[in-house]
Design a protein around this ligand. Structure first.
Ligand SMILES: Cc1cc2nc3c(=O)[nH]c(=O)nc-3n(C[C@H](O)[C@H](O)[C@H](O)COP(=O)(O)O)c2cc1C
Length: 368
């Protein structure tokens, strides 16, 4: 057996992984127009089943939190049945897959909500623009772009509905045969909007102090762990990311407080986006991985701009237990084998990252 730590088994909660190479969640927008997973998604994930663990692309738990053309959801029985084909294919290929549970909050365009406003902890628009749905008859490859809108501030009923939608999503994920779930609390989506001080100006129990800003996350975790054993639940966070108008007054304290919440709930792992170099995402001036670990004794997956040697070094140094790879998985279905044999990585065609059919999705060959 290789002495490279990347290829050593690891246990995250009760998830037993044969190696420490995780497939990061990648939105690829190959579901159908009703957000139901398609057969090509089963092929795509099964091709990548060698990874220690596949984290599915972000999967919406509620139609109010879905604002991405052809991204999948998991709120109907039809979606659950379609996901079952994906999980069966991954398991038949010897892999493991968890479902990333997603609510986009303020980042949903009204185009997806019959012109209603999206919901968020506070009425502050996201920064920038995003993909709008394709108009009927539009045959261009690229999707139209539109700016984010000012959302409607969530009331108590909105919060209760959103929390319970994570519980339903978790129950549905288990019914669909997933090995567990990952709560998406990163990248400026709903839970992150509650967590970070720049997007949460509430004066009730869900805003203000860092404990209050973590309340919605704790409630979402409780809703999820009512249906899934905590040893099969992960949490993805990006407390230092300022993308889409995010920002926190004290990311170190936030990371520590999130770690405490994960510890209290007995979660399997925290998946921290903390890039080691800037580019696709920014390398933080002050990393928070040690703050996260202060009160969290579970496994930590680190993500962001890793290659094989950097990943091995990070695990060997005891900084992280496993490393996730995002962009390398687009064009390298056999990433584990390529890293093991030190083979060159194929370049991805990013024109097809978020749009298209099989081309640029399931047609990247293995090296051997
Ligand atoms: C095409 C694409 C889709 C992504 N979709 C998701 C997603 O659904 N959920 C998520 O948490 N992060 C998503 N990300 C972020 C990646 O998981 C990862 O954090 C990022 O690519 C940095 O890792 P890397 O340097 O290994 O690529 C996406 C990134 C890309 C390039």
């Amino acid at each position: 057996m290789s002495i490279d730590p990347l290829f050593q088994p690891v246990t995250l909660g009760t998830l037993e992984l044969p190696n420490r190479i995780i497939m990061a969640p990648l939105t690829r927008a190959r579901a159908d127009l009703g957000h139901v997973p398609t057969a090509m998604m089963a092929t795509y994930y099964a091709q990548r089943a060698d990874s220690g663990l596949i984290v599915s692309e972000a999967t919406a738990v509620d139609p109010l939190g879905m604002g991405w053309y052809r991204a999948p959801g998991i709120w109907t029985d039809e979606m659950v049945a379609a996901w079952r084909r994906v999980t069966d294919a991954v398991h038949a290929a010897g892999g493991r897959i968890v479902c990333q549970l997603w609510h986009m909050g303020r980042l949903v365009l009204p185009d997806y909500l019959n012109s209603a406003l999206p919901i968020a902890p506070s009425a502050i628009a996201g920064e920038g623009e995003t993909f709008a749905p394709r108009a009927a008859g539009d045959t261009s490859l690229l999707l139209p772009m539109k700016p984010y809108v000012v959302p409607r501030e969530m009331n108590e009923d909105d919060i209760a509905r959103a929390v319970s939608s994570y519980g339903r999503g978790a129950a549905n994920a288990m019914a669909a045969g997933f090995d567990g779930v990952e709560i998406h609390a990163a990248n400026g989506y709903l839970i992150d909007q509650f967590l970070q001080s720049r997007t949460n100006l509430r004066s009730d129990d869900y805003g203000g102090s860092v404990e209050n800003r973590t309340r919605f996350l704790r409630e979402a975790i409780a809703a999820v762990t009512a249906h899934v054993a905590p040893g099969r639940v992960g949490l993805r966070i990006s407390p230092t990311s300022a993308r889409k108008g995010m920002g926190d007054e004290n990311p170190q304290l936030l990371a520590r407080t999130i770690g405490k919440a994960a510890q209290d709930a007995g979660l399997a792992y925290v998946h921290l986006i903390e890039p080691i170099s800037s580019g696709f995402m920014e390398k933080p001036e002050r990393p928070v991985i040690e703050d996260l670990r202060r009160d969290f004794a579970g496994a930590v997956i680190q993500n962001g701009s890793f290659d094989g040697p950097a990943a091995s070094a990070c695990i060997a140094a005891g900084q992280a237990d496993a490393i996730s790879f995002g962009r390398p998985y687009i064009a390298n279905p056999d990433l584990v084998e390529r890293l093991r044999a030190d083979l060159p990585l194929a370049p991805a065609n990013f024109d097809y990252a978020y749009v298209g059919e099989e081309a640029g999705y399931t047609d990247y060959p293995a090296a051997t």
